[in-house]
Design a protein around this ligand. Structure first.
Ligand SMILES: NC(=O)c1ccc[n+]([C@@H]2O[C@H](COP(=O)([O-])OP(=O)(O)OC[C@H]3O[C@@H](n4cnc5c(N)ncnc54)[C@H](O)[C@@H]3O)[C@@H](O)[C@H]2O)c1
Length: 290
């Protein structure tokens, strides 16, 4: 009998036996799909919000660290930013060991206050000719402070990073009292402190005076002006003494490689100055008050 039903080869296979469809090549998400993704469900808003928070944090970080450390004594950030502009204001200098000759005097005691305030360790060397212990008495309990009675005309050996050489009577009443000693203080004292600076590799600062211009022929005096000085007058121990001190300072710099500074101070006045000091401003105040 003829087979009535013949299974045809074109018969469609059941889904269970269907061959797997050719796998589609994975397509990279194009820029359009990224934008779509960001726009969907306000994701762009979250991205912008995150960027805003991060940038605010990094902008405010220097100010936050300043505030946090300000309650600690001597605690300053190593690197600070000038307010508002965000421009670096400079690195904080590391604490130094410093000697201040004449540190019990008027200018010297204010310098000592400032150095201790910035974290340095300070040794004051003074013979108390015109200086007073009271000017530095408020530092006597400070472990970073030392007070030595010593005359700079005699050599001294100390281990420091910087030397501020102020020792010298500054008022005419005092420097004329013993002019030879004044000259010795300026010449031998400065030689001793420069020798020390060279030996230990310390930076040296000399406090000179506007008196190096003598009776000047130029007004105002520029640093390049060499002065008009009487070498044999009653003030010469001070004027010429300071000129010699400046000469020695520059010779130690050129010949000995010592790093030096010279500050020519003009008439200065303020707290801790004696009323009987004999200088212009104190004389004026004394005459008004007494
Ligand atoms: N104050 C001013 O208007 C002025 C102006 C120009 C220059 N200066 C200079 O500034 C420095 C300080 O002046 P000041 O006004 O504070 O005077 P000051 O007289 O008050 O201080 C001088 C200090 O040096 C000390 N001293 C003096 N001879 C010494 C020695 N041989 N050994 C050790 N210590 C000694 C004194 O005891 C005193 O403490 C001086 O070098 C001075 O020439 C001051």
């Amino acid at each position: 009998m003829k087979q009535l039903h013949k299974s045809s080869p074109t018969h469609a296979p059941s889904p269970a036996h269907a061959p797997a469809p050719k796998s589609a090549k994975p397509t990279r998400p194009g820029p359009r799909s990224w934008i779509g993704y960001l726009l969907r469900e306000q994701r762009l808003l979250f991205v912008l919000l995150g960027a805003l928070i991060a940038s605010t944090f990094f902008l405010l970080r220097p100010y936050l660290s300043l505030t946090a450390s300000s309650h600690l004594p001597d605690a300053r950030p190593l690197f600070s930013f000038a307010s508002r502009s965000g421009v670096p204001a400079g690195f904080r200098p590391p604490p130094r060991r410093v000697v201040v000759t004449g540190g019990a005097g008027f200018v010297g005691s204010h310098l000592v206050d400032r150095l201790l305030e910035q974290g340095d360790s300070v040794i004051v060397v003074d013979n108390f000719f015109t200086g007073r212990k009271e000017n530095v008495a408020h530092h006597l309990r400070n472990p970073r402070f030392e007070l030595l009675r010593h005359d700079v005309v005699e050599p001294i050996l100390l281990e420091v990073d910087r030397i501020y050489h102020l020792a010298c009577p500054a008022s005419p009443v005092h420097y004329k009292y013993n002019p030879i000693k004044t000259y010795k203080t300026n010449v031998m004292g400065t030689l001793n402190m420069l020798g020390l600076a060279k030996r230990i590799g310390a930076r040296f600062l000399l406090t000179s005076t506007s008196e190096v211009y003598g009776d000047p022929l130029e007004h105002p005096q520029k640093e390049t002006y060499w002065g008009h000085v009487n070498p044999i007058g009653v003030r010469s121990c001070y004027d010429e003494g300071k000129r010699t001190a400046e000469t020695l300072t520059m010779d130690y710099h050129r010949g000995g490689g010592v790093e030096v500074r010279i500050a020519r101070i003009f008439n200065t006045y303020g707290p801790r100055m004696c009323l009987d000091d004999g200088r212009v401003v104190s004389n004026f105040v004394a005459q008004v008050c007494l």
